[in-house]
Design a binder for this molecule. Structure first.
Ligand code: GDP
Ligand code: IMO
Ligand code: MG
Length: 438
């Protein structure tokens, strides 16, 4: 039985959640290993929409246990409001959700700092989700973070909270000139959820090992996308965790050999929300900050608005050099192309095959954001298919021009396409024969 790692190969929102949910039917557990409630994974099941932020996208299947690993940063109230939403729709969540005690907590001062920094940067801002993700990871690395299992010893929790707040309030008052936060309010707030949260603590590595020993399949669910990775992404326009494959083992606490197959989720085009370079973006020729008409059309057809913040996502053509880097640094074995149907009405579709950088042809994206920003995309045009692919579930039923488009991507990338998604519902998925042996 192969354990799968499902991750984004672009700038997030590739459709990871839909595919994790669909593949969960044949697995025992799903693990989130990084990020926090900056993620927004949308599932559409029989027309009903569910947006998951922290809870793994396997939760809709009652036989599945969901784990939040040590690499995640967890905002307690965000978690409980998500649980409440799911339980209101009849799902039993608390019994099936297990949390690593060593996952770090996102505290109110992290959220305040995230927002204050962005406000201070003005037009230079990163465009974070404002959820406190970066500051929570900073505390983790600075070894002053509060973790879920710190809530089991309130005396020392209170002490650490006081020390942290003293530090943050100094910053708020003296550097940002904003209101300080109140210790008793923060404490009171966390006490409300403390018992429910600690009741979900589990030794995640041991539980996962027990599943591996029984030959049960586990899915590792990535959040964000490769180009948002803190080390390998378009730094500093990135998130604050490693979203790439190597972190799945670290963030969940398993040996690397347990992850046998990496599926790279890839939109048939490309989107980005927040600031930072995006070479294949469909810019307006007269206003380099605005989308052109095709870009707007794709955004509308693909409903490209952030599921967490509602912000419009920038759109562009599929970017092969960036995907090549994603395949390389994740060890992607198979690709899942999503949202093919969004391109159905276009007369022609473009593929960014390579970039020109200082007059030199660049077939794989450079590592720095400033170099990437200087890259000029070179496109190949293929004709559109002008037919609906929405909901198609087998390869042979795809219009031949759509097949050609997919085959061309496969050829340029040198990586096989294992799955194609043709709509947001679970069932709107094409499985290629190469996937049968996985
Ligand atoms: P994630 O963060 O990678 O899980 O992706 P999001 O859920 O943020 O964004 C993907 C969006 O596309 C969601 O609204 C999905 O319902 C939708 N979606 C996923 N796959 C498809 C597809 O093949 N076709 C269409 N039209 N929508 C899709
Ligand atoms: P999913 O899992 C798309 C982006 C933000 C911002 C940058 C840093 O749904 O694919 P942060 O709040 O993480 O410090 O913001 O990262 N970002 C995402 N973009 N999808 C996501 O998650 C994202 N999570 C963070 O927009 O540019
Ligand atoms: Mg998303």
């Amino acid at each position: 039985m192969q354990n799968m790692l499902i991750l984004g190969t672009q700038w997030g929102d590739e459709g990871k959640g839909k595919i994790v949910d669909w593949l969960t039917e044949k697995c025992a557990a799903v693990v989130r290993f990084q990020g926090g409630h900056n993620a927004g994974h949308t599932l559409i099941i029989n027309g009903k929409k569910t947006i998951l932020r922290l809870i793994p996208s396997g939760i809709m299947h009652p036989h599945v246990t969901c784990y939040i690993g040590a690499g995640v940063v967890l905002h307690p109230h965000a978690l409980f409001s998500e649980i409440a939403e799911l339980e209101a729709s009849g799902l039993d969540v608390k019994k099936r959700l297990k949390i690593a005690g060593n996952a770090h907590l996102i505290m109110p001062y992290h959220v305040t700092l995230d927002k204050a920094r962005e406000a201070k940067k003005g037009s230079e801002k990163i465009g974070t989700t404002g959820r406190g993700i970066g500051p929570a990871y900073e505390d983790k690395v600075a070894r002053r973070g509060l973790r879920v299992h710190d809530l089991l010893n309130m005396d020392s929790f209170e002490q650490k909270l006081k020390e942290n707040l003293e530090y943050y309030n100094f910053l708020f008052k003296n550097y940002f000139s904003i209101n300080e936060l109140h210790y008793h309010e923060i404490l009171h707030d966390i006490i409300q959820v403390k018992d429910d949260l600690t009741a979900m603590i589990e030794d995640v590595p041991q539980k996962l090992q027990a599943l591996f020993d029984k030959n049960e399949r586990v899915i590792f669910e990535g959040a964000q996308g490769t180009m948002l990775d803190i080390d390998h992404g378009t730094y500093p326009f990135v998130t604050s965790s490693n979203c790439i494959a190597g972190n799945a083992a670290i963030g969940s606490g398993v040996g690397m050999h347990n992850i046998n197959y990496v599926l790279g989720i890839t939109k048939a085009y490309c989107t980005r929300v927040g600031a930072g370079p995006f070479p294949s973006q469909l810019y307006d020729a007269d206003d380099e900050k605005a989308q052109d008409e095709i870009g707007k059309f794709i955004a509308k057809e693909g409903n490209e608005f952030g599921s967490v913040t509602g912000r419009p996502r920038r759109t562009g053509w599929i970017d092969i050099p960036a995907l090549k880097r994603a395949v390389l640094i994740n060890g992607v074995k198979g690709i899942c192309i999503t949202k093919l149907d969004v391109l159905d009405k276009l007369k022609e579709v473009k593929i960014c095959t390579h970039y020109m950088h200082n007059g030199i042809e660049c077939t794989i994206s450079p590592q720095g954001a400033s170099e990437l920003a200087q890259c000029i995309p070179v496109f190949e045009t293929v004709s559109g298919w002008n037919e609906s692919t929405y909901g198609i579930t087998d390869w042979d039923s795809l219009p031949s021009q759509a097949q050609k488009y997919l085959k061309r991507i496969q050829e340029l990338l040198g990586t096989r396409i294992d799955l194609v998604s043709t709509g947001p519902e679970r069932s709107h998925t094409i499985k290629l024969s190469s996937f049968d042996s996985i």
